[in-house]
Design a protein around this ligand. Structure first.
Ligand code: A3P
Length: 288
């Protein structure tokens, strides 16, 4: 591990010092994963906050109390962040956590456990756009530079948690069998209700039609944007400046089309295609 300005470098991955420390990574490495634990794993800007809203509601049968009273970072904490050591012991069972770790960096006790994983993937072009705006509003991250400069950083993996392709490939090759459920952000945008049904089956919950409707309604973009426990408005302005961009920014699929030039699109597509070559992983956005 090393220091690099705003970041800690953990196994070659850049992670913000604001929320991570050497101790927090050690804590994550030593955690005793329980069979009932549920991890939502994402590459940053792929729908983590959305899942921090959804998973507790699916687990508790649609009781809105936790999502209306507990900030998302304590409700479903990040495994590798400093808050984990403070709140993990207080989580109800089954414990729900989020993580941006690639598969091989999960805690050793995760692998032999029966803990489940929900892995959310998002079109990397939209991930990059979302991250670009996030870097502008978050004072604890480096300035992204121009869009073109940030695109090059993204493609070379000089961004939070490294290359998108490495992250996705690590979890697609995870060998976790029925312990892992793959979801895309785009499916959630298109058919949240359908995703909730898949999720509740995966988590062994039998939710009524009425409950599924209530959860879907509560977790739509416009409602989450109003929820102070989830929209990051509790974070001081000097750390996250909502006048530059809001955390819940647009919440759509395909915003990259408003940002990429044809040349940037061709370059991005070519690099991703080359790096995903031979994996047999197909995504809904591949044909766009
Ligand atoms: P945009 O910046 O494209 O709007 P993460 O939580 O992993 O950091 O991801 C943040 C992205 O998820 C942001 O994307 C945010 O708006 C989007 N998001 C969060 N909640 C959402 C919801 N209920 N519906 C749609 N998108 C949501």
């Amino acid at each position: 591990m090393a220091n690099d300005g705003n970041y800690i470098v953990y196994h070659g991955l850049l992670c913000p010092k604001e929320t991570h420390s050497f101790e927090s990574f050690k804590y994550a490495e030593e955690i005793k994963v329980e069979d009932e634990d549920i991890f939502t794993v994402t590459y940053p800007k792929s729908g983590t906050t959305w899942m921090q809203e959804i998973v507790p509601l699916v687990l508790n049968g649609g009781d809105l109390t936790p999502v209306q009273t507990i900030p998302n970072w304590d409700r479903v904490p990040w495994l590798e962040e400093t808050r984990a050591a403070l709140v993990l012991d207080r989580l109800p069972s089954p414990r729900a956590m989020v993580s941006h770790m690639p598969y091989h960096l999960m805690p050793p006790s995760f692998f032999p456990s029966k803990a489940k994983v929900i892995y959310v993937t998002r079109n990397p072009k939209d991930v990059m756009v979302s991250s670009f705006h996030f870097h502008k509003m978050a004072s604890f991250l480096d300035d992204p530079g121009t869009f073109d400069e940030f695109l090059n950083k993204f493609l070379s993996g000089q961004v939070l948690f490294g290359k998108w392709t490495d992250h996705v490939k690590s979890w697609r090759n995870s060998d976790l069998g029925d312990r892992i459920l793959y979801i895309t952000y785009e499916e959630m945008v298109k058919d949240l209700r359908g995703v909730l049904e898949r999720l509740s089956r995966f988590l062994g919950r039998d939710l009524s039609e009425e409950t599924l409707d209530r959860v879907a309604n509560h977790c739509c973009f416009s409602n989450m944007k109003l929820n102070a426990m989830s929209n990051y408005s509790l974070v001081p302005q000097e750390i996250m400046d909502s006048s530059k961009s809001t955390f819940l920014r647009k919440g759509v699929a395909g915003d990259w089309k408003n940002h990429f030039s044809p040349e940037q699109d061709s370059k991005f597509t070519a690099v991703l295609k080359e790096e995903m070559n031979g994996t047999n992983i197909k995504f809904p956005w591949d044909e766009e």
